[in-house]
Design a protein. Structure first.
Length: 142
């Protein structure tokens, strides 16, 4: 169920033999993201459970379960910003109903992230996935 953007990341990871290269690629993905305006970096958009500061701002087009899901995100840590970019590739453009059906753990596992992130970072990714799922569920119910 992965998007084309996520499949491209997975293909790139297949060509990068060394985890250091993959790590750098994730950071580059984060650098390419549009920064969030300071005005939206508020407690309501902050993700709890992350060692770094993380903000996710949903952008929903339409209403109900068929509404299209997108979000902007930012972190004060470069690797986490890259992880936000990976999650964006995984979820952006799906319907809010589809977001809840994505097996994020399995998809991210395809990239080898499970084995190469610290426990704190893994917990942070899980917190971001949970927030994304919650935002999509709220939009689907609206």
């Amino acid at each position: 169920m992965a998007s084309t953007a996520f499949e491209e990341i997975a293909e790139t990871f297949e060509f990068l033999d060394d985890w250091e290269d993959r790590y750098r690629h994730v950071i580059e993905l984060g650098r390419a993201m549009e920064p969030l305006p300071e005005a939206v970096k508020v407690p309501a958009t902050r993700v709890e459970g992350c060692a770094s500061q993380v903000w996710l701002l949903p952008r929903i087009e339409g209403t109900g379960p068929a509404a299209r899901f997108d979000f902007q995100g930012e972190s004060d840590a470069m690797i986490v910003r890259g992880l936000i970019a990976v999650l964006h590739a995984l979820y952006a453009g799906l319907s809010v109903a589809e977001v809840g059906r994505v097996d994020a753990k399995a998809e991210l596992g395809r990239l080898g992230l499970n084995e190469h992130l610290s426990q704190q970072r893994s917990n942070g990714v899980a917190a971001m996935v949970e927030r994304i799922r919650l935002l999509a569920a709220e939009a689907a119910a609206a």
